[in-house]
Write a protein that binds this ligand. Sequence first.
Ligand code: HEM
Length: 535
Amino acid sequence: MTFDQLSIALASLAILIVVAYTAHAKLRFEGLPTNLPWVGRQYGFLADLRTRAGSMGNLLPSIESGYRKYSKAGINFILPCFDRAFILVPGSQVKWITEQADNVLSAASMQIEVLQTDYTLLDPSMARNPIHETIVRRDLTRSLGALIPDIHEELNVAIDEYLGKDTENWVDISVFSDMQKIVARISNRIFVGLPLCRNEEYLVNAGKFATDIAVTGAVMRSIPGIIKPLLAWIVILPNRWHLYKCSKHLLPFVRQRIADLSARRQGESKAGLNDFTTWYLDEVADHPDAAERAPEKVVKRLMTVNFAAIHTSTFTATNIIFDLLSSPNAAENIQEIREEMLHVLSEHGGKWDKNAVAQLVKTDSAVRESLRISTFMSHGMDRMVVSPDGVTMQDGLHLPAGSRIATSTFAIHHDDDIYENSRTYDPFRFSRIRETATMTKTTQGNGGEQKDFTKLLESKNLSTVTTSDTFLSFGHGRHACPGRFFAATEMKLLLACIILNYEFKALEARPPNQYIGGAILPPMQATISIKRRQH
Ligand code: HEM
């Protein structure tokens, strides 16, 4: 086949997809409750097409306007997106979402649909039987204290390598790109350990695989059901390629680890292995489906958990740095955080451990505040109604099976009735209350006990890992991000390594985020100036 013939064939295929898609997408706006207001919908000539096109650039203005007009009055509204419509429920209904059983409102079904995981993760069982979630929720969280020295060591090696050691000159660094490299390293220190967590080829391709899932997931969603399996093999070629590149490193590693663990079980080796791969292999050692422990499957689990960890934490780390450096009084804020770090370190013999990290109250507040103001989700708590009879909400609205619901995460986080001066990054917004609680505890006598207790409870609910119906960056309820305990520790230690080792030039303005559909991406090209401190 000549190049021209190939082009004509591909163009015909593309036209076929678009025609089929248009017919297919029209159906997705049907079956919604008829008595709800729509926000962002176009009417008249080519209305559906214009509505979908309009949602591609930036959904946020529609969500914010619907939030102000309807959600604040406790009313649901319909938000049309490119390939489906969501019913956006008010913040007051978030608790109701968390109370529904998984066979009524499903988080997994949404992930399977949005990311098209049956195709993009290259194995439907990854999302349909998410054993890795249990491992993250249970084993990673349980082992976090013991892993802090490893995380800290890896951070130090990574910042030396990526941010440099020049104590004489100011250096411009690309924040997003360096954070991505550092996050991939730290995550893999706890997924696969040394030395693989420092293998550039593996890390780069694991990051690319994570991007593939988001990108090819969006493409796969646009392909109608009948021809989806046929086209999938072309669309997910990048996923297969990056999996192949990672497998070259992961497969020998996993095979060796299986052998080591088998030796350990027989008492031949006392190796103290403490990472995701070990926890996963221990978990599936007696699994009724032997395929779960096949090295190829373990590799896919590692790729899946890399996907869950890398972009989320990279976006967060990038946002924290830009928020801090462009905050009012940036230099003073950073100095205050630095003093807290030095004080806590000196109280813990110069070493970071679980208690020391827990005492970084101001640092924690700066992280939570950035997750609040710079959440990367315009909507969140996405769920699909999966009970065949649908479900009826507290306000009497019946949601038929197949409805997709979500809440306005960004608008809730930027509501002045919930957060005073909600559009200002105030790094100590959450620590001020926690500090007051501690002071109350030490200065009040017996009469103050009750107040003390209430304050302490309140303060506990303000740490980065605590989710609520007004703090939704990790979701909320049963499906709230299980990796958040690790992520919060990682972010605080990352900040400690950077702030204790470098000076920064404050930014005059926050480089703007980018908005694509419902996603809010941090600035990916922006740089900052840093200089290594002389110790
Ligand atoms: C700052 C970094 C992170 C952010 C902001 C974040 C955010 C989220 C959000 C919003 C959800 C969906 C919750 C819902 O639907 O209610 C989620 C789910 C999840 N996250 Fe994270 N995440 C982060 C880091 C991580 C890390 C490091 C891991 C793994 C080590 C991880 C593993 C997962 C998993 C497995 C789920 C699915 C949970 C379920 O459906 O039950 N995340 N995350």
